[in-house]
Design a protein around this ligand. Structure first.
Ligand SMILES: [Zn+2]
Length: 323
């Protein structure tokens, strides 16, 4: 790993990429955690700044992230925008997507431990999860708010958790969210540096940009193993949120080609051990996605490893989609 002077990095952060609001914010609750994304973005791959500098010179890339607050339902997540008259390129991030990703992170964190992992391992588990416990009800309420942002922009539900809270679970949700967003930003940077300049990238270009993002995110030598796990889980949840968006896009074209293949490609690229918890988070994410299709839920009890559990869930999912 290259040696970096922290002061130099901070100077760089101040001078280069930062989020600039465009329009009036609908979700000030999420804005404070948005500012935590960029330091992580540079921490995991400090050398990216030389690449971005190159892009600045060769592709007229402006190192400002346009934080687009248009008050509309989710119609985009992030993209490399191109301003034709100035021939300038820059990254745009769409505000309304962010509460969806955050609420998914929080919902998964809360219900995975309190509703899913415990229940599925108990002897009297009947195959159904319930979210009747007060905290789980609120987590579900938050998730419903997030997923409904595709259609209706409502205010953040007052009684639900928010990124500015200081509970341990919120701090964890913030960390997952930031790694998920770094993945999305690196994905966009991947499109830029791989010269994918067409407006609608092909599925292969999407996978190549995902691979770029995963390589950059996992090249960092994480000090503590949990942080690496958080980075992987955050990336998986970002991809799950994109899969969910595809299925929410309209019931007529719910079977968007290859969205689950993009997730499988990413899991493959991460080279997870069979015992990795990330398989369980991915499987749980698939089950949440499953629910969007109104498929009968499956919560297998017996499995050898988290990987074999995930394989069973995705196999069943594909069967349901094909059938
Ligand atoms: Zn893309």
């Amino acid at each position: 790993m290259e040696q970096e002077n922290p002061e130099e990095i901070m100077k760089f952060l101040r001078e280069f990429i930062s989020f600039e609001n465009e329009g009036e914010m609908s979700f000030p609750e999420i804005r404070n955690v948005v500012d935590s994304i960029i330091p992580i973005f540079y921490k995991i791959c400090p050398s990216i700044r030389y690449k971005l500098k190159e892009a600045e010179e060769m592709q007229n890339f402006k190192q400002t992230i346009h934080y687009v607050c248009d008050g509309c339902g989710i119609h985009n997540v992030a993209e490399i925008s191109w301003e034709e008259d100035k021939d300038e390129r820059y990254i745009s991030v769409y505000e309304t997507f962010l509460p969806l990703l955050w609420s998914l992170c929080y919902f998964v964190l809360y219900t995975y431990d309190n509703c899913y992992a415990i229940k599925t391992q108990s002897d009297d588990f009947d195959g159904k999860l319930n979210f009747d416990e007060p905290g789980a009800k609120l987590a579900l309420k938050l998730w419903n708010f997030g997923r409904n942002l595709k259609e209706i922009v409502k205010k953040w539900p007052e009684d639900c958790a928010k990124p500015e809270d200081e509970s341990a679970i919120v701090l964890q949700a913030n960390a997952l969210f930031c790694y998920g967003m770094c993945f999305i930003l690196y994905h966009e940077v991947g499109h830029l540096l791989l010269w994918h300049l067409n407006s609608a990238p092909s599925i292969q270009q999407e996978k190549d940009a995902d691979d770029f993002a995963i390589e950059k995110s996992l090249a960092y030598q994480f000090d503590i193993p949990q942080e690496l796990e958080t980075a992987k889980n955050g990336m998986v949840l970002a991809l799950i949120s994109l899969c969910l968006l595809d299925s929410l896009a309209g019931r007529d074209d719910v079977i968007h080609p290859n969205t689950e293949d993009r997730l499988l490609n990413a899991l493959n690229k991460m080279q997870l051990a069979d015992e990795s918890i990330t398989w369980m988070i991915a499987a749980y994410g698939i089950l949440i996605w499953f629910n969007e299709f109104k498929f009968e839920e499956i919560f297998e009890k017996e499995y050898d490893t988290p990987k074999s559990y995930f394989d069973a869930v995705i196999k069943r999912f594909k069967q349901e989609l094909d059938g």
